[in-house]
Ligand binder design. Structure first.
Ligand SMILES: [Zn+2]
Length: 61
């Protein structure tokens, strides 16, 4: 029986440093994955969350 543990990882990218600090910003893309093999690849954040949430609900009998 596969273990389900959906995870959403937001994509960030590094932007030019400001005052010597490294800067990052969200790209608006994210990736939903699950140990069972679910992997949406990079998709819009709302879709990644929607997929992970629906998957999590569907994973429970
Ligand atoms: Zn799963």
């Amino acid at each position: 029986m596969a273990q389900h543990d959906p995870n959403v990882e937001a994509e960030i990218r590094e932007t030019p440093p400001e005052d010597g600090w490294r800067c990052f910003e969200r790209t608006g893309q994210a990736r939903a994955t699950c140990p069972c093999g679910l992997d949406t690849g990079m998709v819009p954040v709302s879709l990644a969350w929607g997929t992970a949430t629906a998957h999590h609900v569907a994973a429970w009998p």
